[in-house]
Ligand binder design. Structure first.
Ligand code: UDP
Length: 328
């Protein structure tokens, strides 16, 4: 029997990689995307339904047409800095669209839900190694909006039997090793693609956002996970739900943090090129250090990250960066 999975944001960076992983695991990913930040060229692994999550009638139509066994919800606004400047946009878009989606799923009796949440729900906790039990104290509207969606999923679990697997990601990096799809945001704000742009001259330089943080070299520390490993966890999360297991939360990190300067140094060695740098101010909303263990995902889901060492992530991103990619 063909199993369709509705993938919101399937034309985006993580969503498109999830579609490939789902296709490889025997599912048919149905991408639902507004193309506000996604690329139609990234929809390669299943059907495409263009639509806005704010449009409940359109969602009902898509649920009725494909009868998905589950939803994977990636579509969201996800820029920490922007969420500090325009919190209303984040609360309105992320929370109301998720509510619409959850209600449409429940109405269509599609009660398995995989949600892409974030370590930004933890806020700034002085460099402690975070895990699923850490308190959620977001310091920006992006993290706040994602925490609210987590709460919503729990409430619909209690009222309607919606079962969910929530993944709290740390920093996602790298690209499909076969370079069929990759990372292209417009505007781009993420460290590694911006750095690769500075390396190949598409941008004049990379600005380092703050070097007076309480970390060994003064720059922020992040826990980077390869996008292919991340989406493998999502397929395992879907299987978890399909096996009838209860709702749960998993952190997806590598347990190792790298500072901005360490990422720059590794990029120099991987690409064998210089990275022009400007020392800049702190970016509002940035936590000094975000690192997490993934013990629970490894133990409970059987997750095995394969490409999440810094060198492989940068090498895969660099290969995509040099390919004739969409949106470049
Ligand atoms: N960063 C930076 N310069 C940039 C973009 C990012 O120094 O042009 C830093 C940022 O302050 C953070 C880290 O790189 O400490 C990762 O940022 P990114 O935006 O990639 O992901 P986030 O941590 O916001 O999810």
């Amino acid at each position: 029997m063909t199993k369709h999975v509705l993938v919101t944001g399937g034309a985006g960076y993580i969503g498109s990689h999830a579609c490939k992983a789902l296709r490889n695991a025997g599912y048919v990913p149905v991408t639902f995307d507004s193309l506000l930040t996604g690329w139609e060229g990234a929809v390669k692994f299943g059907p495409f339904e263009q639509g806005d999550l704010a449009d409940r009638a359109r969602l009902d139509e898509v649920f009725a047409k494909w009868k998905p066994v589950a939803v994977m919800h990636f579509a969201a606004l996800s820029l920490v800095g922007e969420s500090m400047k325009d919190p209303g946009k984040y609360w309105r878009t992320n929370v109301l669209c998720a509510l619409n989606l959850i209600e449409a799923a429940v109405a269509a009796n599609c009660k398995q839900f995989v949600f892409s949440s974030t370590c930004a729900t933890y806020g700034d906790q002085d460099g402690v190694l975070l895990d699923e039990n850490a308190r959620q104290l977001p310091i920006n509207a992006y993290g706040g909006s994602k925490r609210a969606i987590e709460d919503m999923l729990r409430d619909f679990g209690a009222s309607d039997g919606l079962r969910s697997v929530i993944f709290r990601y740390f920093n996602v990096a790298g690209c499909d090793p076969e370079a069929e799809i990759g990372e292209n945001h417009e505007p781009e704000t993420h460290l590694i693609p911006l750095m690769l742009d500075a390396i190949d001259g598409r941008r004049p330089a990379l600005t380092v956002f703050g070097s007076d943080y309480p970390t060994p070299d003064g720059t922020c520390i992040r826990d980077y996970v390869h996008v292919s490993d991340l989406v493998d966890a999502h397929v395992l999360g879907l299987k978890w739900l399909e096996d009838g297991k209860p709702s749960d939360v998993f952190c997806l990190g590598s347990g190792t943090g790298f500072s901005v300067r360490e990422v720059i140094a590794k990029s120099r060695s991987v690409t064998n090129r210089d990275v022009p740098i400007i020392e800049g101010e702190r970016r509002p909303g940035d936590a000094a250090s975000l690192v997490c263990g993934s013990t629970k995902a490894v133990k409970e889901l059987g997750w095995q990250p394969k490409r999440s060492d810094l060198e492989t992530m940068i090498a895969d991103a660099w290969r995509w960066h040099q390919s004739p990619r969409f949106g470049a």
